[in-house]
Design a protein around this ligand. Structure first.
Ligand SMILES: NC(=O)c1ccc[n+]([C@@H]2O[C@H](COP(=O)([O-])OP(=O)(O)OC[C@H]3O[C@@H](n4cnc5c(N)ncnc54)[C@H](OP(=O)(O)O)[C@@H]3O)[C@@H](O)[C@H]2O)c1
Length: 246
């Protein structure tokens, strides 16, 4: 469970424990940030220090933790810069490192364990993978790359009986959306709906109301979504604001 210290990740930890997970390896860049979870759940939460961009540590963890049967690839970072921004290369590469190469390293390292246990991996994607975000185009690109990574892994691990699910949330009430004036899904409900779909082996899940609206739009008219994403999102967000619960 990556990015387990705050935001959606901390709610995934709670949701996994509530579903009876024997042990959750809660991975975070700073394990001090996991003190509350350990205090509340004792040895069912095992803090693990992990920066997902550190491939060497990811490989070592996989060697040390052969009992892992489910991976939740949740850690992610925003990247709110236009494509043509000056001197943004490092920011762009960093977004790809965390949001694409991070999950890639995880799945490559843990796949043998997942296959042995006939377990699974849940990728936390974003609606931004499907509808380009005007304010965060490289974030969108990194999540779109991760979406295809998940599809590729699903195909490669199918015969091993490994579940691969991508969840595509809309706006969630976490630090990532601070200051954004729009109805937001609760992180616990997103975690629960994502895990419900994972538990029954679904390849994708749209775990909140805005996500469902986008799923419909993509299904009905992908050409329009690619041609004028801003118009599509403006229409969907207006409908969502009027009725955020559907
Ligand atoms: N919030 C939304 O509206 C929304 C919508 C769709 C999808 N998502 C996705 O949901 C996931 C969780 O986001 P969130 O909303 O919970 O955001 P958040 O509150 O900003 O939390 C991000 C988490 O990712 C961790 N992280 C970032 N870079 C990392 C790295 N290099 N190595 C390890 N951990 C790293 C952070 O750790 P630190 O505390 O060390 O920074 C933190 O735990 C992300 O993949 C995000 O893209 C979010």
């Amino acid at each position: 469970m990556t990015g387990a210290n705050r935001g959606l990740g901390s709610h995934f930890v709670e949701a996994l424990l509530a579903r009876g997970a024997e042990r959750v390896y809660a991975a975070a860049r700073s394990i001090d940030a996991l003190a509350d979870a350990v205090e509340n759940h004792g040895d069912r939460v095992v803090p693990v220090q992990l920066d997902v961009t550190d491939e060497e540590t990811v490989r070592r963890l996989a060697d040390d933790l052969p009992d892992v049967d489910v991976v939740v690839s949740n850690a992610g970072r925003p990247c709110k810069l236009p494509v043509l921004q000056d001197q943004a290369e490092q920011e762009f590469r960093s977004a790809m490192e965390v949001n694409f190469f991070g999950p890639l390293g995880l799945v490559r390292a843990f796949a043998p364990h997942l296959a042995r246990h006939r377990g699974g991996i849940l990728f936390v994607q974003s609606l931004a993978a499907l509808v380009i975000s005007r304010s965060s185009p490289i974030y969108s690109a990194s999540k779109a790359a991760a979406m295809m990574l998940a599809a590729g892994v699903r195909a490669e691990l199918r015969t091993d009986g490994v579940t691969v699910t991508s969840t595509f949330p809309g706006f969630i009430d976490t630090d990532m959306t601070t200051g954004l004036d729009i109805p937001k899904a609760s992180p616990r409900s997103v975690a629960d709906r994502s895990l419900d779909a994972f538990a029954v082996g679904r390849p994708t899940v749209f775990p909140d109301r805005l996500a469902e609206l986008v799923e419909d739009a993509v299904t009905q008219d992908m050409a329009a979504v690619l041609d004028d994403p801003q118009a599509v999102m403006t229409r969907l967000i207006r409908a969502f604001r009027l009725d955020p619960t559907g």
